[in-house]
Design a protein around this ligand. Structure first.
Ligand code: NBG
Length: 833
């Protein structure tokens, strides 16, 4: 038993023991109690979901006293709190994670068994809150885990979307989107706080006047007001007492039924208003489609930002402070530009609502915010058309104009006559149709700007924020991403966790960067290598069974599992992977005796609903799978599968089952990647380009334990600027031509040569992401993979060294860096007395 839990059990501050105790007997009693009193159910008629809820409440009860103590610590001590503002939190299922962090997994399993329940089945019953698109949202979730584990007091602020990321089904090889009704069966992890609610203005106009002291005052007369209501989810750290808060806002009508409209008899109008208000938090938007023109998305961003800032201000004032010290107690991180309207909103609140003068307000604002950039792709760099912006946020536009004027005035002093520079730096893009540039707003309004991997941070400084870097280089940082080893190793890969722990103890779980390397000394231990191999085999078998159940596909756990799971996007180049599959297929057809290990190539990932080419690539993968898997000539040699509905929950089974991790983006395009880390931590070897965090992973694990290929970011840039011609690559490579020709001719589409024409043309005539240029070296690198896999001992040793050397990529390390470089916060332990 850990010390924390002992204290937890003994000092439950007057609470009933059956709410805090963790013996098997007590847990059994608590589950039955929750079934009866919270679920109004008896075992005879309880469904799986009833039992799931009873177990979930039992676990949640054990978090409560820690949660209350954490709030106590914040109230009593002078603690600087981190707020992580993010439009996405891809938390994944809570139940099993909370059991692990509490340290009651084994006891719970036993308690469930004694009640005749299979704990795993209950764990599987949980519908994950899919409140994010991919890496960015999942990073926010890993950061929440690490913040709590490091005992840094923090709040995650976001949106409680009614519909999160869609569920993906595959029909006839195409992606079909299904609405995600994650709240359908109830959500035991959240607590609604109807009394923590804030009004948010939208639209309308402003009126200016002078107050009695002669000061200039602006009043915003909104067209509409919506209310944001808080829903709180506790985020428990690993084996500590700190429980941080995830506070998500849900939109409601201000007062549903006593509107003027209703009073004057317009009952339907009043109800309509309620519906319009609720749409604000209705749905999660994709982050990889151009956002242009989406009025509702801007309203949504403003909505959650305004609620969050009002909440922080309320708390700040409640503690007896004045607004000019807000930044001393608050560090707010902007997770990409989605919440960057916060810069203008904090200025508005400080000036219009709390009567600070401009300069003080500006000092407070810029000392509060830090901004993390997550992409250089032009389509994801948010900019709002000026008329749309004015329509939703008229007061903020005025504030941004004022900010811009003052900012550009300073630039003018430094660079007299350099008008080009002024227009490049301006918060308003005036090169054609006018736009508000959100990345500029975030950069001007923050004291720190960072990228998410070394290469990416360098590119941020050299490209999109170059001018900002020149005027304030000290603002710029790098914080390489990380992922939590609790979810992505302990929870996902219990067998490997046990083996590692049996050799080096369990400190690595919370101190990966310091301890995981101790595993290196076992890389020559044959017995250990054998056990390692066995575990991989068991994980593959486990995943193969799930794949079979979901898709009907039979795959051989003794084949090389070659896996690419991530959002579908052309820059991630799932199609390069497909070209390798076709090439291998052609080689096997021509030479049945070809000496290559059997391979199973598995894909998974969602495409943005409006992204035609990404969806066509899914269809292509499934079409190729159809042909390859039914061709007796390659049976037992090559298989292809598309795993539907890739999400956090499915990820738990996928990463531990991989032999080979595909990280094959065009160099310079993947800001960091985090899937690359999850694979490698679970013993997969990486085939990858020098992109994002791949570079640092390769540095850590050693070049000899990594399959590298492709152009560097600099070479990509040079090739593009001298004029890239995909045709010349196509013509000079017979195998590439052959593979493309099969797709073009309709070989994979029952003779239909139209189906993949847009795909073929886009590669032949544009190939924006240099698939053809990297094809030869990718194929050659895959040959190296085959060679290495042929030698199981060598492969396993490489696998062990990958895991042993991945400690750097724990999100604990990332959070420490943010805490030191950017937030200036320190751990504050919570004691349960
Ligand atoms: C994504 C990048 C990934 C990165 C995650 C987390 C966006 C806008 N960006 O490379 O594409 O790992 O952010 O930083 O989703």
């Amino acid at each position: 038993m850990t010390e924390a839990r002992q204290i937890g059990g003994m000092q439950a501050a007057g609470l009933e023991d059956h709410r805090t105790g963790d013996s098997v007997e007590t847990l059994k009693r608590a589950i039955m109690d929750n079934l009866y009193y919270r679920g109004a159910r008896i075992p005879a008629i309880a469904t799986w979901n009833d039992w799931y809820l009873a177990v979930a409440y039992t676990v949640r009860d054990r978090i409560m006293n820690r949660w209350i103590k954490t709030v106590d610590v914040i109230m009593k001590k002078d603690v600087r709190v981190v707020s992580y503002l993010s439009a996405e939190f891809l938390m994944g299922p809570h139940l099993v994670n909370n059991m692990i962090n509490l340290g009651i997994y084994k006891e719970m399993k036993e308690a469930a068994a004694q009640l005749g329940l299979d704990l795993q089945a209950l764990i599987d019953q949980e519908e994950e809150p899919g409140l994010g698109n991919g890496g960015l949202g999942r990073l926010a979730a890993c950061f929440m885990d690490s913040l709590a584990t490091l005992e840094i007091k923090a709040i995650g602020y976001g949106v409680r979307y009614e519909f999160g990321i869609f569920d993906q089904e595959i029909r006839d090889g195409w992606q079909v989107e299904k609405t995600d009704k994650w709240l359908r069966l109830g959500n035991p992890w959240e607590i609604e706080r109807p009394e923590i609610a804030f009004n948010v203005n939208l639209g309308g106009h402003t009126e200016s006047s002078h107050d009695r002291e002669g000061r200039y005052r602006v009043k915003w007369i909104p067209q509409r007001v919506v209310k944001g209501v808080a829903y709180d989810t506790p985020i428990l750290g690993y084996r500590v007492n700190t429980v941080n808060l995830l506070r998500l806002w849900s939109a409601e009508a201000v007062e549903s039924f006593d509107f003027d409209a209703f009073n004057t008899g317009d009952y339907y109008g009043a109800v309509d208003e309620k519906i319009v208000s609720e749409t604000i938090s209705k749905i999660l938007y994709p982050n990889d489609e151009p956002a242009k023109g989406k009025l509702l998305r801007l309203a949504q961003q403003y909505f959650f930002v305004s609620c969050s800032l009002q909440d922080l201000i309320r708390f700040h004032l409640l503690s007896g402070n004045t607004m000019d010290t807000f930044h001393e107690w608050n560090a707010i991180q902007l997770n990409d530009t989605h919440p960057s309207i916060a810069v203008a909103e904090l200025m508005r609140l400080l000036i219009d609502e709390h009567q600070l003068d401009w300069d003080t307000a500006w000092h407070v604002t810029t000392s509060t915010f830090g901004y993390t950039n997550h992409t250089l792709l032009p389509e994801a760099l948010e900019k709002w058309p000026l008329p749309l912006f004015r329509q939703v946020l008229p007061r903020h536009l005025e504030i941004i104009y004022e900010m811009n004027q003052r900012f550009l005035e300073e630039v003018k002093q430094r660079y007299p006559g350099d008008n080009e520079r002024l227009s490049r730096l301006s918060l308003i893009d005036e090169s054609g149709e006018k736009y508000v540039r959100m990345a500029h707003l975030a950069s001007v309004g923050s004291h720190a700007v960072n990228g998410v991997a070394e290469l990416h941070s360098e590119l941020v400084k050299k490209t999109i924020l170059r001018d900002f870097y020149e005027i304030g280089p000290e603002k710029f940082h790098n914080v390489t991403n990380g992922v939590t080893p609790r979810r992505w190793m302990v929870l996902s890969n219990p067998r490997l966790t046990e083996l590692i722990t049996s050799k080096i103890g369990d400190r690595w779980i919370s101190h990966s960067a310091e301890n995981l390397r101790e595993l290196e000394s076992f890389a020559e231990d044959l017995e250990f290598l054998l056990r390692w191999q066995q575990i991989k085999r068991e994980n593959k078998q486990n995943f193969a069974a799930i794949l079979k159940e979901r898709t009907g596909a039979d795959v051989d756990p003794d084949s090389l599992f070659d896996i690419q799971v991530k959002r579908l996007h052309e820059y991630k180049r799932q199609h390069l992977n497909v070209l390798h599959v076709i090439t291998l297929y052609n080689r096997l057809k021509k030479n049945p005796n070809l000496d290559v290990p059997p391979r199973t190539v598995i894909f998974g990932g969602k495409a943005a609903p409006g992204y035609f080419m990404a969806k066509l690539i899914i269809k292509l993968i499934n079409s190729v799978a159809d042909v390859v898997n039914h061709d007796p000539d390659v049976a037992g040699r090559l298989k292809v599968a598309f795993f539907p509905d890739f999400n956090v929950k499915n990820g738990h089974h996928i990463y531990p089952a991989a032999d080979l991790s595909e990280q094959i983006s065009t160099a310079g395009k993947e800001a960091s990647g985090t899937g690359n880390m999850k694979f490698s931590m679970n013993g997969a070897l990486t085939i990858g380009t020098l992109d994002g965090a791949n570079i640092e992973i390769r540095e850590e694990v050693g070049a000899e334990n990594f399959f590298l290929f492709g152009l560097t970011a600099q070479e990509v840039f040079d090739l593009k600027s001298k004029g890239y011609n995909p045709w010349s690559y196509y013509e000079s490579n017979a195998e590439l031509r052959e593979a493309m020709e099969l797709i073009r001719s309709g070989f994979f589409s029952a003779g239909d040569s139209n189906l993949f024409k847009p795909f073929v043309d886009s590669l032949l005539y544009h190939d924006e992401y240099l698939v053809f240029a990297d094809y030869p070296s990718y194929i050659e690198s895959q040959e190296q993979v085959n060679k290495a896999y042929r030698d199981p001992e060598r492969w396993t040793r490489m696998s062990v060294l990958n895991v042993a050397r991945m400690g750097k990529f724990s999100s604990d390390r990332s959070i420490r860096e943010y805490s030191e470089k950017i937030w200036k916060v320190e751990p504050v332990p919570v004691l349960l007395k």
